[in-house]
Design a protein around this ligand. Structure first.
Ligand SMILES: Cc1cc2nc3c(=O)[nH]c(=O)nc-3n(C[C@H](O)[C@H](O)[C@H](O)COP(=O)(O)O)c2cc1C
Length: 179
C-alpha cells in the first residue's frame, strides 16, 4: 500500500513524532511505501474558499506546500494523520492541510476508499480531551468515504519523552498492521 502520513506537531522529538516514527518503521517493515509530510515545517495556509480548486492545474490556486501534499493524498491508498491536541482541538499546523482536502470535493475528485488512521496524544489523563481531534477526523473521513481502520489515542503525555512511559509507540506499531 501507498501510505501518506501527515504530521501536525512542531516538536521533532515530541510524543506524536515518536509514535509516527514507530508507525512508519513498522509499516515499511510490512512492505508498505510511506510518504511523510511534516506540516509544521512546511508553508501551508488556510483555505480561501475561492472554489477555484484544480482550475490552475494544481490542487490549490494559492500555491504553497499543500500543492506538494495534494498529489500524495490523491495517489495514496491510505492516509494517516498524527497530531497532538492543542486547546482540545486540531493544531493550526495541520488544520490547513485538512481544510484544503476540500479542494478534492470542489473539483469532484474521487478520493473514496482510502483507508484512514489517526495518532494523537495530549497532556490530560482524560481520553475525552482528544475528542476535538478524533471526532472531526472521524466525521471528515466518513464524508470522504475513508474507512478509519485504527486510532491511537494516548493521554497523559506532556513533555518530550513522556511517550516512552506509555505503550503509545507499541500501539502505533500495531496500527501499521491494520493497513
Ligand atoms: C499550544 C498547546 C496547546 C495544548 N492544549 C492542550 C489541551 O487542550 N489539552 C491537553 O490535554 N493538552 C494540551 N497540550 C499538551 C500537548 O497535547 C502535549 O504536550 C502533547 O504531548 C504534545 O505532543 P507533541 O510532543 O507530539 O507535540 C497543548 C500543548 C500546546 C503546546
Amino acid at each position: 500500500m501507498k501510505i501518506t502520513v501527515i504530521t501536525g506537531s512542531p516538536r521533532k522529538h515530541g510524543n506524536s513524532f515518536a509514535m509516527t516514527d514507530a508507525f512508519i518503521r513498522e509499516a515499511e517493515k510490512l512492505g508498505h511505501t510511506v510518504r511523510r509530510f511534516d506540516a509544521a515545517f512546511l508553508k501551508i495556509g488556510g483555505c480561501h474558499a475561492c472554489q477555484t480548486c484544480f482550475k490552475t492545474g494544481k490542487a490549490c490556486s494559492f500555491d504553497d506546500d499543500f500543492n506538494i501534499i495534494a498529489p500524495a493524498i490523491l495517489e495514496a491508498d491510505a492516509i494517516v494523520f498524527t497530531a497532538p491536541v492543542y486547546w482540545y482541538s486540531i493544531p493550526a499546523q495541520i488544520k490547513g492541510v485538512i481544510d484544503r482536502i476540500y479542494s478534492f470535493c470542489v473539483a469532484g475528485k474521487d478520493v473514496s476508499g482510502k483507508k484512514c488512521g489517526l495518532i494523537t496524544c495530549c497532556e490530560e489523563d482524560d481520553v475525552t480531551a482528544m475528542d476535538g481531534v478524533r471526532k472531526p477526523i472521524e466525521r471528515s473521513a466518513a464524508l470522504l468515504k475513508w474507512p478509519v481502520v485504527g486510532e491511537v489515542l494516548i493521554p497523559g503525555v506532556l513533555n518530550e519523552g513522556d511517550i516512552d512511559k506509555t505503550d503509545g509507540c507499541r500501539q502505533a506499531e500495531a496500527l501499521a498492521h491494520k493497513f
